[in-house]
Design a protein around this ligand. Structure first.
Ligand SMILES: [Zn+2]
Length: 446
């Protein structure tokens, strides 16, 4: 009650002051103040970032580093590895989930390239014995936007190894209709997003595309009349209109601390990067049950084990059953290159490794032979695989409330028509989108 009392008082004061201004006059007044603000506060952050370009006159090391970063972006790399060895520095890119060697730089380039990157990430260049973390922001003049890299160093026996994670490269979609969900799972997701409170959990390993899914959901919900706040580690995409916060565990600014402050900031929708401890999960669940729509992730393999994981963390089962509205488990599989796709018979080895029901009469599958377009890998791009489990039926809520195991929850969900990651992966094999080999990685881990 105290909160709403002070809110009313505050509002009446504000109204009194504003009464002297019409709305248009107020807007005009605010605008008139803008030129007086210090430049960096009004300009876009990207305008302050140095450009990512090869500039004649820059030193060779600077040009080389920029060329590597440009090439990585053009190759759609998610990570860049710079690895010192006794006679060379190996540069590898992770593309579509697999590492490929891009360059072998001469040993002489090692200290220059590493120092340059450390300067760009504002790290201590003299410190070579301890791992360090930093961030690089560069503007992309052609695109009028900017790109962020999260950088870490690791002192290996041959010198510091650097890994740069390219942030925000997963293709952000305009709406969940573009996420590649179809049929009933697509309807479940749309329905869950219409909730004004409750929790939506997206789960999957690192690199499973869950960040893209979460952001796309937030993007769809972003409107002038809703307050969306996110706590992330780190912020991967900048979304205008959303308050994004990077947690800093090293100074004690953890997910649960961020969540507690969010609740004092009148939020409608909250994203918590990850629930990995009781404190964070407990506040997130509480927020979901007190009128907020909460999005988060948990480290689990599939949808049924996600609810069980929350109970294992110490959340009361009945709270999990009533707070969680939807769980989406997700993976990415590599897409077969369209330029070199061909049909192949299923090998006897594959037949032996797979259960008959998995193959279900499948005789031929597709694969990529390998060509110029796909860098001889046979794959180009990736496709998402989803397992979407709404928690709304009485039976499912009951099995969760009674503290059911993963197997028991999965049984009920499957009876109600859950299409598992395995089902969906095999559907992609059937459709010739991905290879049996790729799908096997999901099927075997299940
Ligand atoms: Zn190809």
């Amino acid at each position: 009650m105290a909160k709403s009392d002070s809110g009313t008082a505050g509002q009446s004061v504000r109204r009194g002051a504003l009464a002297e201004f019409s709305e248009a006059q107020a807007a005009e007044f605010v605008k008139s103040l803008i030129p007086a603000l210090p430049q960096e506060e009004v300009s876009e952050r990207s305008e302050n970032a140095p450009p990512l370009a090869i500039v004649e006159g820059d030193s060779p090391v600077v040009q080389m580093v920029n060329a590597i970063l440009i090439q990585a972006l053009k190759s759609r790399a998610s990570d860049i590895h710079i690895e010192p060895y006794p006679d060379a520095v190996r540069v590898r890119f992770r593309v579509d989930g697999s590492l490929v060697t891009a360059h072998e730089l001469p040993h002489a380039a090692q200290s220059g390239v590493i120092s340059r990157l450390k300067v760009m990430a504002s790290l201590d260049i003299a410190e070579k014995r301890f791992p360090q973390d930093g961030r690089i922001k560069l503007s992309l003049p052609e695109k009028g936007s900017s790109i962020d890299f999260r950088m870490s160093t690791l002192p290996s026996i041959f010198g510091e190894k650097i890994v740069l994670r390219v942030l925000g490269t997963g293709q952000l979609k305009e709406s969940v209709d573009e996420l590649g969900l179809t049929g009933q799972p697509h309807r479940y997701v749309k329905e869950a997003l219409r909730n004004s409170f409750g929790m939506i959990v997206v789960t999957g390993p690192t690199g499973s595309g869950k960040t893209t899914t979460l952001y796309t959901m937030l993007r769809e919900l972003r409107k002038p009349d809703v307050n969306i706040v996110t706590a992330e580690d780190p912020v991967e995409y900048n979304l205008p209109g959303i308050t994004q916060v990077s947690v800093k565990p090293q100074i004690g600014f953890t997910f649960d601390v961020a969540l507690r402050s969010f609740l004092r900031q009148d939020p409608d929708i909250i994203l918590v990067g990850e629930m990995r401890d009781y404190e964070t999960a407990a506040i997130a669940i509480k927020a979901a049950l007190t009128g907020h729509l909460v999005f988060s992730t948990v480290h689990t393999n599939d949808a049924p084990s996600t609810v069980v994981r929350l109970v294992d963390m110490g959340i009361e089962p009945y709270l999990v059953a009533s707070a969680v509205k939807l769980v989406v488990a997700q993976r990415l599989v590599r897409r077969i290159c369209e330029q070199c796709k061909e049909e192949v018979e299923i090998s006897t080895e594959e037949q032996e490794n797979l259960h008959e029901s998995t193959l279900a009469g499948l005789e031929k599958t597709c694969r990529g032979r390998g060509c110029e377009a796909c860098n001889r890998t046979g794959y180009r791009g990736r496709a998402p695989v989803y397992e979407v489990m709404p928690i709304k039926s009485k039976d499912l809520k009951r099995v969760i409330t009674e503290g059911g195991t993963e197997v028991m929850v999965a049984q009920v969900a499957k009876r109600e028509g859950l299409r598992t990651l395995k089902d969906e992966a095999m559907a992609l094999v059937n459709a010739g989108v991905t290879s049996l080999e790729e799908a096997m990685q999901i099927i075997v881990s299940e």
